[in-house]
Design a protein around this ligand. Structure first.
Ligand code: NAD
Length: 422
């Protein structure tokens, strides 16, 4: 059961993010001054900080917090713990957050953070120590009115609880709104866990209407069976779609007659993998992208759909639950082939949207029902889809370019209206 990663090329994602911005800036005929401003992050903080390890030794870790643009509101973006974190990666993710928040029109700028660490090699106590010291080191930047972190790769609700507690200890009172993605009992929001997948399904419902590809009976393949992928499988099955293939980092499974997402989740929980699920055939993570289906949902990693496999993709619709799963060359191939792609900054923006609801609830100390959260999420996702789709039709551009045009225009407008200080 080998792990297969179809990354044949791994472009620097900061170069990719900048080239996507350049493309939208060209289409918007953005002036040169504004391009220079928006092409680079506004603030970058790199910190090297000590942590006492369980054996009494001192280790020094490196982390970053980057704010790309905060013209539309406080910075917003996750914190990632991964051994491969680089400043360039954090820059790209921060820029994508600016566009994502602007694309769905929530009042945030873009930010992101990361620590170079493989947290699986640390004890829980060491991860807590690392989190508290990293929070202290980036505390000049973060705050409920300035920059609001959230979970990302290898960080979770517990990590957010430690960040919130550390920040609150510095101030002497509880400041729940400094992070989102917290446990419900300390100011988290109902519906946050499902929000990314639910938002993606709302965009798919809109796409299915626009393209006249009914979700009922549609065959769906999903790469990645974590938070985004597994919940998307359940919600799509609830809409009447047939989940024909899913995968995780260990490999994939296929059954043309359909897989039951709840049973696959129980199997994965018990065996640590989707592979071996009764009644399914094993397929690789390369094959899952090219499997015969109507809808493909990449919900794992960056750079999965490349110029190598884009010509072989059978899906009519691709819904990017993952961030950055498609390279710019693959985008062009897919567009020429008439594949309808719902880009990441629109498709997976449900997560940050419900984070926004969490922050609003924290600031008001007034908590909403799950029904209200899901209804408000639908309103925002539907409106965002309509703006992007209309832009794509008006300018005859692909949906990613259209989403960037909508987003970049909003950030540029806010930056222009505020003027250049001093
Ligand atoms: P997760 O860690 O819960 O799940 C990731 C899944 O991908 C796991 O099933 C893992 O086994 C699988 N995976 C890892 N490597 C793989 C490989 N080489 N091939 C196939 N599968 C592989 O993470 P998540 O929160 O579901 O995030 C998935 C993607 O969605 C990421 O790109 C993330 O940035 C994006 N995203 C998530 C959220 C959110 O709220 N969770 C919000 C926006 C975007």
């Amino acid at each position: 059961m080998a792990s297969q990663n179809p990354v044949a090329e791994a472009p620097n994602i900061w170069a990719v993010a900048q080239s996507q911005f350049d493309h939208a800036a060209d289409k918007l005929s953005l002036d040169d001054g504004m391009r220079r401003v928006l092409r680079v992050p506004q603030r970058e903080l790199t910190v090297n900080f000590p942590v006492t390890m369980d054996d009494g030794s001192v280790a020094v870790f490196t982390g970053h917090r980057v704010q790309h643009n905060v013209s539309r509101g406080p910075g917003k973006g996750g914190i990632r713990y991964h051994q491969d974190v680089t400043l360039d990666e954090v820059r790209a993710l921060a820029m994508w957050m600016s566009w994502k928040c602007a694309c769905v029109n929530i009042p945030y700028g873009g930010a992101k953070g990361g620590v170079v660490v493989d947290p699986k090699k640390l004890s829980i106590r060491e991860v807590e120590g690392l989190t508290r010291r990293f929070t202290t080191e980036i505390s000049p930047l973060i705050g409920p009115d300035r920059d609001i972190p959230a979970p990302d790769v290898n960080t979770n609700a517990q990590t957010m609880a430690w960040i919130m507690d550390t920040y609150s200890m510095h101030h002497g009172y509880t400041i729940a709104g400094v992070v989102t993605g917290k446990p419900i009992s300390i100011g988290g929001s109902l519906g946050r866990n499902e929000a990314t997948a639910r938002g993606a399904v709302f965009t798919l419902l809109q796409a299915s209407k626009a393209l006249d590809v009914p979700l009922v009976g549609a065959r769906v393949a999903i790469q990645g069976y974590g938070n985004a992928g597994s919940i998307a499988a359940t919600l799509l099955a609830d809409e009447g779609a047939k989940i024909v293939a899913v995968s995780d980092s260990t490999g994939g499974i296929h059954n043309a007659a359909g897989l039951d997402p709840a049973k696959v989740s129980s199997w994965k929980q018990e065996h640590g993998t989707v592979v071996g699920f009764p009644g399914s055939d094993e397929i690789s993570n390369r094959e899952i992208l090219e499997v015969d289906c109507d809808i493909l949902v990449p919900a794992a990693l960056e750079n999965q759909i490349t110029k190598q496999n884009a010509p072989n993709i059978k899906a009519k619709i691709i819904a990017e639950a993952a961030n950055g799963p498609t390279t710019p060359e693959a985008d062009e191939i897919l567009y020429d082939r008439g594949v309808f792609l719902i880009p990441d900054i629109l498709c997976n923006a449900g997560g940050v949207t419900v984070s926004y609801f969490e922050w609003v609830q924290d600031m008001q100390s007034f908590f909403w029902t799950e029904e209200r959260i899901n209804e408000s999420l639908k309103e925002i996702m539907d409106r965002a889809f309509e703006s992007v789709h209309a832009m794509s039709e008006r300018h005859e551009v692909d949906m990613r370019t259209a989403a960037y045009m909508v987003a970049v225009a909003r950030v540029a407008e806010a930056t222009t209206l505020r003027g250049l200080y001093p």
